[in-house]
Design a protein around this ligand. Sequence first.
Ligand code: IMP
Length: 206
Amino acid sequence: MIEFYFATGNEHKVAEANAVLSPHKIKVKKLEGIEKLEIQHTNLEEIAKTALTLIVPNTDKLVLVEDSGLFVHELNGFPGPYSSYVFETLGVDGILKLLNDSKSRKAEFRSSVSFGTKGKIFATFSSVSEGTLTTQAKGDNGFGFDPIFVPMWASKTFGQMDLNEKIVYSHRSKALKKLALWYLNAAKTNTLEENAIVVSQAPQNK
Ligand code: IMP
């Protein structure tokens, strides 16, 4: 079993990564003892990459960082990269209120996953899950905006799905699958470092 270390405080994200990656014989553990720093930027890839840049100089573990957000079409993409702050301040009800009079309830979740080790960023992958927002919260599963988001081709919210259903549709799962397929091929063909961005020298004896 290969081990990836996920720099996140969110256990739901770790569980989702394990559900997606375990069929590929990759086990995901939470990276302990390192704080993930999140810069302000409109681009999730840049946020994920920058967070990883601050972690990889100090580890020889295979680390992944993920940044995600809910982009509501009628609100010109808000809350987007500010989703966790908006979730903490306005919450699910706040977003529903903002959409009270709007015609469109279209929204999408986006996810960017950045991956590397030993002072290098190997690759970054992004994915989207399109869907619609409900008029009221439904379901207790998951986290964040799960109870108000119905992905395209589904008839219930992420909050009403168990993890194995959510990973069929989720933005994060799609990005993680891209990572797994790339990693397994790159490891086999010895091309992991082919497009690596060097952010620092590899740590000595760590
Ligand atoms: P971050 O990726 O840790 O910055 O968090 C992004 C925020 O977007 C979370 O706090 C949630 O509010 C929201 N979010 C991202 N992905 C999901 C998801 O899969 N379900 C529900 N909410 C999500």
